[in-house]
Design a protein around this ligand. Structure first.
Ligand SMILES: [Zn+2]
Length: 436
């Protein structure tokens, strides 16, 4: 009986337990799967979100790549995705010229910054315009010294020399070494891989364009045509517009206000190009007439290109403690060549309180620093030292001229004025020399 009563009861309760178990199982598994689906979705979207923002940032040059944490990315999902800002970079080549003041006036009125790829030859003639460009918040780029294709694309060394020559001119005027370079005529047809590689190695950034205003396709292209060329170009998030402010480009000046309005109406922000921007240049293709040029040798690259990138580490000043005098040479005011500090003689000696005289005919520099008299003879590469109450002596030094400046080895010059070097510090961010 007990058995009979207990059996159905047992069965019933088993069924009940089973039902509860099944319900519990379904409840639990549904819940956990919902949970896991949700988190998978969440992570997925998070990944998508951050990777898409990464791609956007990378393709959109001036915006730094921004890595978000997962939680902040998830939070951001609740917000509607903000519209990507669009940027236009107005660039002017071949100046400065008499058109440049007018271009600057328009930019000032419209409160728009731009980038000027200037020629060294022109800059030397109108240094006041280079100063004005910089003072009004625009960027300066290097467009070589004289724009002569036959010299520039003959071989890389000629191109490099013109870049350096122009750089010295600009540095003398405004104390800036432009890192941005635009090749005359653009890189396409002109640059081979060596040009690209060595310029990059030297610390430069080559920038072509993706909108040609067509203002230099022939003489006096009318403003109307320049505007229409700009307006018909396909709109991207990043527009680099080629224009010219060189002599003869009055029509570009006339077209400029309309070009500015066009980009403004399309929601673009105006910016200057910077070396930090994602590079934009044409693919490598060399016209056959340039294809036989010879690339520079290893020794030349070592002594010119390798040390050049040093110039663009703005933090690296060379602190000098010479006797009781303290001064410093900014990057660009010294360079390291074959493990030796080379300095522009006048810059150094004037900082140390000496008087410097240049005798052009004799090609000699005379430096008077009590109680010493130094004579640097460029013809003989000789440094003569006249000390009081002792015989004059002389040593052979390596002298080089760079854009009218006489560069000499720092060690020898300091030693000759009775200050042998005692201590040299050479860290990445700190360089210093201490003498007796
Ligand atoms: Zn040009």
């Amino acid at each position: 009986m007990n058995k009979g009563v207990s059996k159905p009861f047992f069965r019933r309760s088993l069924k009940w337990i089973w039902t509860v178990a099944v319900i519990l199982f379904y409840l639990f598994s549904y819940h956990s799967s919902a949970l896991s689906t949700y988190s998978a979705l969440d992570i997925d979207q998070t990944i998508n979100h951050s990777s898409s923002s990464k791609i956007d940032a990378a393709s959109y040059a001036s915006k730094p790549v921004h890595f978000q944490t997962l939680s902040s990315a998830a939070q951001d999902q609740k917000q509607p995705t903000p519209k990507q800002p669009k940027t236009v970079y107005l660039t002017f080549d071949d100046g400065p010229s008499k058109n440049t003041p007018e271009v600057l006036n328009i930019l000032k009125e419209e409160k728009v910054p731009a980038t000027f790829f200037v020629l060294g030859e022109q800059s030397k003639q109108s240094p006041e315009l280079i100063s004005r460009i910089v003072n009004e918040g625009h960027a300066i780029g290097n467009h070589t010294y004289n724009h002569e294709y036959s010299q520039l694309y003959q071989n890389f060394v000629s191109f490099w020399n013109q870049i350096k020559q122009t750089e010295e001119v600009i540095n003398d005027i405004v104390g800036i070494r432009p890192q941005l370079i635009r090749a005359p005529g653009g890189t396409y047809g002109h640059f081979d891989q060596t040009y690209f590689d060595l310029l990059e190695k030297g610390g430069y950034h080559v920038v072509d364009w993706n909108v040609d205003s067509g203002d230099s396709t022939r003489k006096n292209v009318p403003a109307k045509e320049i505007i229409s060329n700009v307006e018909k170009a396909k709109l991207n998030d990043r527009m680099i517009v080629l224009m010219h402010d060189g002599a003869g480009h009055n029509e570009t000046v006339k077209a400029l206000p309309q070009i500015i309005s066009f980009y403004r109406d399309h929601g673009y922000t105006f910016k200057t190009l910077t070396p930090e921007d994602e590079p934009l240049h044409f693919s490598v293709h060399v016209e056959s007439k340039w294809s036989h040029r010879i690339a520079p040798g290893t020794a030349w690259i070592e002594s010119h290109v390798d040390v050049n990138a040093e110039l663009f580490h703005p933090g690296t000043v060379l602190a000098l403690e010479v006797g009781r005098m303290q001064t410093e040479l900014k990057s660009g005011e010294y360079r390291i060549e074959n493990n030796k500090y080379m300095v522009p003689l006048r810059t150094l000696m004037e900082k140390l309180g000496a008087e410097v005289y240049w005798q052009g005919q004799e090609r000699q520099v005379t430096i008077s620093q009590e109680p010493y008299l130094l004579v640097v003879d460029l013809k003989k590469s000789l440094l003569q030292i006249v000390r009081p109450e002792s015989k004059a002596s002389s040593i052979q030094i390596s002298i080089s001229i760079r854009n009218d400046k006489v560069w000499v080895p720092l060690r020898e010059v300091l030693q000759s004025t009775g200050h042998p070097i005692q201590e040299v510090t050479m860290d990445n961010d700190k360089r210093g020399i201490k003498t007796l």
